[in-house]
Design a protein around this ligand. Structure first.
Ligand SMILES: Cc1cc2nc3c(=O)[nH]c(=O)nc-3n(C[C@H](O)[C@H](O)[C@H](O)COP(=O)(O)OP(=O)(O)OC[C@H]3O[C@@H](n4cnc5c(N)ncnc54)[C@H](O)[C@@H]3O)c2cc1C
Length: 433
């Protein structure tokens, strides 16, 4: 007689769908806060943790660094992080040369450093994605053990029951008090829940690779705006032998980005040195190259009973300001505050009223960042002479307005009016070790 095995049904408080940057950080946070968590990731980690998987660096703003500090993770990330102490923003002239009218941010000059506060400089850090992914994976594996379901895809979503129910492709089932969707821009969870989405393409692609350069970056991040998109050189830690490095993000049309990605090393080096200013000396592209299509999107809602969207599942922004993952970190920190309060007040984790507080907290902030990055990209992507001249004058004018510059930097550090002081659980570093 053949035996058919009945699928097992597991039960947990919080089911996290997606185990990339947002999902892993969410799992570590809620496991540390004592919630019974499952994380389900369909990709094999040996593939996604390999160096060849992702060549990007993430700018981690000061608020994000503070969140990692609270989670006890920052010390393991510091070897892969270079501080941003200065930012130089330049614009291309009609002849392709760099306009002399530019804007610089220097954290020390702006007087942002309030001794003893979480706002102490630097403004943020550039981190290398793959080592950081590995740090997150190790911490998540230690926190979750066999509650981490890898190479496992959620194929069925039922939000019509009193508690959400998930069905895996391999037959396992899971009932949770709350589902957190960290399943990225396509978010099957968002689709299954019937949550609408506004999205728009940029017709731009980002070429990403590592640059070696003859002069030290001295913790400067450079963003040079050209008509087909920005060219950013973002500081990375020097190699052990003293080689100076930065991460290149060069935004072009699809054909141009793919064309550059196929150039020989010498030809790409010539293009880079012709386009970028003198600040880093001779630039040499090194190693693998990646290209990423750019688009923006925003979910119409972040929550419904028993479900909340986090990270790119909720919002996808243009990487011009390096904020996508930073917004996810703020989502996670905000939701942690709310769910800890739900638990203390004896409320259900999937309680819609509580989840709506998360949406009310985060959606306007994320919408503002979407609008700001979209406007920035459009403003700097036009070569029309009157607009180009006006924006150069604007850059130079803002450069002479220290109070406005300070406000812009505090926002970029992640400490806008809607964040920071409202985070007793995360921002004061009181998470259990
Ligand atoms: C060129 C570029 C540069 C960037 N630079 C920065 C920067 O400097 N700073 C910054 O903060 N942000 C930056 N970003 C944005 C940042 O990379 C993203 O916001 C972030 O990686 C999104 O992470 P996520 O975990 O939300 O989504 P994703 O990385 O898309 O992860 C989704 C995960 O869900 C899994 N999944 C999906 N469906 C299922 C399912 N049904 N079952 C199980 N698993 C599932 C997938 O396998 C995947 O692992 C940049 C983006 C680009 C393109």
């Amino acid at each position: 007689m053949t035996q058919t095995s009945t699928p097992t049904t597991d039960r947990c408080e919080i089911a996290i769908i997606g185990g990339s940057f947002a999902g892993m950080t969410t799992a570590i946070t809620f496991a540390k806060l004592g919630f019974d968590v499952r994380l389900i990731e369909r990709a094999p980690y040996p593939v996604t943790l390999d160096d060849s998987f992702d060549g990007r660096g993430h700018a981690i703003a000061k608020a994000g660094q503070q969140i990692f500090q609270s989670l006890g993770l920052w010390q393991d990330m510091t070897p892969y992080a270079a501080a941003i102490d200065h930012i130089r923003i330049t614009d291309a002239q009609r002849n392709g040369r760099i306009s002399p009218l530019q804007m610089t941010f220097n954290v020390a000059d702006l007087g942002i450093s309030d001794a003893g506060s979480y706002r102490d400089g630097p403004m943020g850090y550039i981190t290398e994605n793959q080592p950081i992914r590995n740090v997150l994976f190790r911490a998540m594996s230690a926190a979750l053990g066999d509650k981490l379901w890898t190479e496992c895809e959620v194929a069925e979503f039922d939000f019509s029951q009193p508690l959400p129910q998930l069905g895996m492709k391999d037959g396992r089932r899971l009932v949770a008090d709350l589902v957190l969707a960290c399943d990225g821009r396509p978010s099957p969870t968002r689709k299954a829940a019937g949550i609408g989405l506004k999205s728009w393409p940029y017709n731009q692609w980002a070429l990403v690779t590592c640059l070696h350069h003859s002069e030290p970056h001295n913790n400067w991040a450079f963003e040079h705006f050209m008509p087909d998109g920005p060219f950013a050189a973002l500081p990375l830690p020097d190699l052990a032998d003293g080689t100076h490095r930065s991460s290149l993000v060069w935004t072009k049309s699809e054909a141009a980005a793919k064309g550059l990605s196929r150039l020989s090393q010498d030809d790409l080096a010539d293009c880079l040195n012709a386009s970028f200013g003198p600040w880093l000396g001779r630039l040499t592209p090194v190693g693998q190259r990646w290209v990423y299509p750019l688009s923006a999107q925003h979910a119409d809602r972040y929550v419904m009973p028993g479900l909340a969207l986090i990270g790119d599942a909720a919002h996808g922004v243009h990487p011009i300001a390096g904020q996508g993952f930073n917004l996810a970190l703020k989502d996670i920190a905000s939701l942690a505050e709310i769910l800890v309060e739900s638990r203390e007040r004896g409320l259900a984790l999937g309680d819609l009223h509580q989840l709506e507080r998360y949406q009310a907290w985060r959606r306007p902030d994320n919408a503002a960042m979407l609008a700001a990055t979209d406007a920035l990209d459009r403003l700097f992507s036009t070569a029309l002479p009157p607009i180009r001249i006006a924006r150069d004058l604007g850059l130079a004018a803002v450069d002479r307005m220290p109070r406005l510059k300070k406000r812009l930097i505090v926002e970029a550090m992640g400490f806008g009016p809607n964040f920071g002081s409202k985070l007793p659980v995360m921002a004061t570093g009181v998470l259990p070790g």
